[in-house]
Design a protein around this ligand. Structure first.
Ligand SMILES: *Cc1c(COP(=O)(O)O)cnc(C)c1O
Length: 443
């Protein structure tokens, strides 16, 4: 498959080129030339297929001939190596648990798939040694560090804000060592992202580095995420027959929900998407007013979604031909406060004995709001929200009376892992300081 730049349809890249470059040289995102349509037979018989077969069917058309089938299949096995179960919470509301990966966040899938791709291009296609730059508000850094750790032909430099990420997230980022480096930026997430963008455009750095990005601007991050929606469908069709399916996706940079919207265009019968956000509500406001106006992002307890200018929204807008009515036929968006988030965590725990993390809680709130607004539909619909992180990851943000219980849920010894040597430096948000550090470490 070929991909074009959102600014210029004539700027074309293969799968391999788009993964290696991350962004077109004009600085815009890549978008698939066509959306592959999967046949009805495959979709209606999906319950017969295992996770690898489904992932292969979904991912293969995007990769085309750039990776041979047998190797792609191996990469898929290495990527989808943990459970993604669907569980019922109450009535016809279900949760798809995406948090069983090594860093307990859904980003483990995209990060691992991307590292497998880069490793293949390095080893077989002999592309040069790659430096992966990544800005993180918390979860991306850990998932990318784990996904790329000891992967030949790559090194990773993670930029994270000095305030705003949790202790556990920091530990996941800067104690692995080997080919993983981290830089603590004395600033916020936007400052980190700015430094990464500037580094990409810098001519001096281009001479000494082969830079790519592991943020969800890279197509290899969101393509494997399309599979989540097929896996949810596989698990729900036998329980909820002939119902319309509504997905609520806790959204920050809008990569995950974009993957879902691609799944729908590939033929998966999804009636509606709900983009559930925290108070960083640029998209809910955009859908209401038609004006795209980001404010400076505000910190919340769902910190992986503290993003006010989501880069993947440009892809969603393009998918719906930049037409507001078409988009509104598939997408609705609701914002929620921290107070609402904590209160739903308490309610769902007390009433249904299920512990949500702050991000999944916002997904649940989105469904609740939708059901409230469209009551007469409910008997013909079933509802799925995505649980994007394990609650233990954010246990210090959770209602105090639940914290002990949450620690009891942790996967074996999650907190007791041996802490490796810190492999990080701390610098100001000044670009020249960052640039000089990058140049110096190469000499
Ligand atoms: C990154 C992240 C999100 C937001 O996903 P996007 O694809 O950026 O919209 C939601 N929840 C968690 C836990 C995350 O780490």
């Amino acid at each position: 498959m070929l991909f074009y730049s959102l600014n210029n349809k004539k700027y074309i890249a293969s799968f391999k080129e788009a993964v290696l470059q991350s962004l077109a040289t004009d600085g815009t995102l890549f978008f698939p030339e066509q959306i592959p349509l999967l046949n009805d037979n495959f979709i209606s018989n999906i319950y017969q297929h295992d996770i690898y077969t489904i992932a292969m069917k979904v991912i293969k058309p995007f990769v085309g001939k750039d990776i041979p089938d047998d190797l792609l299949y191996k990469m898929i096995i290495n990527t989808f190596h943990f459970d993604i179960p669907l569980k019922m919470i109450n009535d016809n509301i279900y949760v798809l648990e995406l948090f069983n990966g090594p860093t307990l966040a859904f980003k483990d899938i995209g990060a691992r798939f991307m590292s497998e791709c880069l490793n293949y291009f390095y080893k077989i296609k002999k592309c040069g040694f790659l430096t992966v730059l990544v800005a993180t508000s918390g979860d991306t850094g850990g998932a990318v560090a784990k996904g790329f750790h000891k992967i030949d032909g790559t090194e990773v430099i993670i930029l994270y804000p000095s305030k705003g990420i949790s202790k556990l997230q920091e530990q996941q980022i800067n104690t692995l060592g080997k080919n993983i480096f981290s830089v603590e930026i004395q600033g916020n997430f936007d400052d980190c992202q700015n430094l990464v963008k500037k580094a990409f455009l810098d001519i001096d750095l281009q001479k000494i580095y082969n830079l790519t990005s592991a943020n969800s601007i890279n197509i290899a991050r969101w393509i494997p995420q399309i599979v989540y929606y097929f896996l949810a469908y596989k698990q729900i069709i036998n329980i909820e027959k002939n119902k319309n399916i509504i997905f609520s996706v806790p959204s920050g940079n809008f990569g995950n929900i974009f993957s879902g919207m691609i799944a729908e265009k590939m033929g998966l019968p999804i009636k509606y998407f709900i983009a559930s956000t925290n108070i960083n509500d640029t998209i809910p406001r955009f859908l209401k007013s038609g004006t795209y106006h980001p404010f400076i992002s505000k910190p919340t307890i769902s910190n992986a979604m503290d993003i006010s200018d989501p880069s993947n929204f440009a892809r969603i807008w393009n998918l719906y031909s930049k037409n507001m009515n078409k988009l509104k036929n598939k997408l609705i968006a609701y914002p929620f406060t921290d107070k609402e988030t904590l209160s739903i965590i308490n309610m769902v725990c007390t009433k249904y004995k299920y512990i949500l993390d702050p991000h999944g809680a916002i997904g649940y709130l989105g469904l609740q709001q939708y059901i409230k607004n469209t009551q007469y539909h409910t008997t013909s619909e079933s509802y799925i929200f995505l649980e994007t992180a394990h609650p233990v990851k954010f246990f210090d943000k959770m209602p105090i009376k639940l914290q002990k219980q949450i620690l009891g849920l942790q996967p074996t010894n999650f907190f007791n892992k041996k802490i490796g040597k810190k492999n990080t430096i701390s610098i100001t948000k000044n670009f020249n300081t960052f640039k000089n550090w990058l140049i110096k470490r190469k000499n």
